[in-house]
Design a binder for this molecule. Structure first.
Ligand SMILES: C[S@@+](CC[C@H](N)C(=O)[O-])C[C@H]1O[C@@H](n2cnc3c(N)ncnc32)[C@H](O)[C@@H]1O
Length: 314
């Protein structure tokens, strides 16, 4: 397989375990990446097929190569999981969907390829697109959004407290050409004492701009929202989130579907609870599953992961 795309699947054992009890059928790997999770699952469950989706053509190619030994059991398509229903209908009209897996965010290979512009460690064009066919790039965000819009993106997606100053500095230096220019603007905007704390000063802003370029939160809302209608009874939906904003969306959706959220809120406020909405899933992870210390040492990317899972009940 494409060497640089070999992916170390985060919580690989836990993901496979959570899918050991689903009935035979097709699992949609909505973020196929390098085919890491898919490969583990195909090896563990001979009665399962995979429909893999990825919006990055390099990842699609890597997953196809990695999963080639499984022949017809693995099918990988290029596309965005925000269109998951349409993709599933086009690709596999009749089979049962017994699982959907979302392993969110960028992959290590995307971060490692300097020319894709995701990393603040290398100087590269301001790109950050997962899907190279899409028009919006980091250059467009950085050079054309007005100052208030930029500040909003950096503040809400990056939870960066110096968002306004950073947006102001970016606007002053336009046009920015490379990720190096962006790093310099960010560093200049953050006061020196704060620059020395909490990792690379550009980390939050890069993450925020990447999330904007790839519409990561709206896409998650859309794809996750559709997935509950796709899985059959006893099928499971698993999400690995690496960012508190993503995890909040997942937690809220799962609580709504399991009928646990409105009731709790009413009880806390001492109000009479309305009839609980009919639950469509059972919550299998009251608290998210985190990576063990050993896994974090092996794969630092797993440090921030939160895995949540529900099972379809009706
Ligand atoms: C963390 S990696 C997945 C790695 C994979 N689980 C593995 O074990 O090899 C995340 C992948 O999701 C893809 N991705 C992100 N947003 C997507 C979307 N909206 N639709 C489809 N793929 C997406 C990225 O291109 C990336 O390849």
């Amino acid at each position: 397989m494409t060497e640089e795309f070999i992916h170390n699947p985060v919580l690989g054992r836990e993901v496979v375990e959570l899918l050991t009890e689903v009935p035979a059928g097709t699992v949609v790997d909505a973020t196929a990446g390098g085919g890491g999770h898919a490969g583990l699952l195909l090896a563990a469950r001979p009665d399962i097929q995979i429909l893999g989706i990825d919006r990055d053509e390099v990842a699609v190619q890597a997953a196809r190569e990695a999963l080639a030994p499984f022949g017809q059991r693995a099918q990988i398509v290029h596309g965005g999981f925000e269109r998951i229903t349409e993709i599933v209908k086009t690709e596999i009209a009749e089979r049962e969907i017994v699982g959907v897996l979302f392993d969110l965010g960028v992959s290590s290979p995307q971060l490692d390829r300097a020319d894709r512009g995701f990393s603040y460690w290398a100087d590269a064009p301001l790109d950050m697109r997962m899907d190279s066919q899409q028009e919006l790039t980091a250059a467009t965000v950085v050079n054309t959004y007005d100052e208030a819009e930029l500040a909003e993106v950096i503040s809400s997606n990056g939870e960066e407290r110096f968002a306004s100053r950073i947006a102001g500095e970016i606007v002053k230096r336009r046009p920015l050409q490379t990720t190096g220019d962006l790093v310099e603007a960010i560093k200049a905007a953050i006061p020196a004492p704060a620059r020395r704390r909490g990792g690379h000063p550009a980390r939050r802003s890069f993450q925020a701009i990447r999330m904007e370029v790839n519409r990561e939160l709206p896409n998650l809302e859309a794809g996750l929202g559709e997935s509950v209608h796709l899985v059959s009874t006893s099928g499971r939906i698993l999400v690995l989130a690496y960012h508190s904003l993503e995890d909040r969306i997942v937690k809220k959706r799962f609580a709504e579907w399991s009928g646990s959220s409105p009731t709790r809120t009413y009880v806390r406020k001492g109000l009479p609870a309305p009839d609980a909405p009919t639950a469509s899933v059972r919550l299998l992870t009251r608290r998210p599953i985190r990576a063990s210390e050993a896994e974090v040492t092996r794969n630092p990317r797993s440090q921030s992961v939160r895995l949540r899972c529900v099972e379809r009940i009706a």
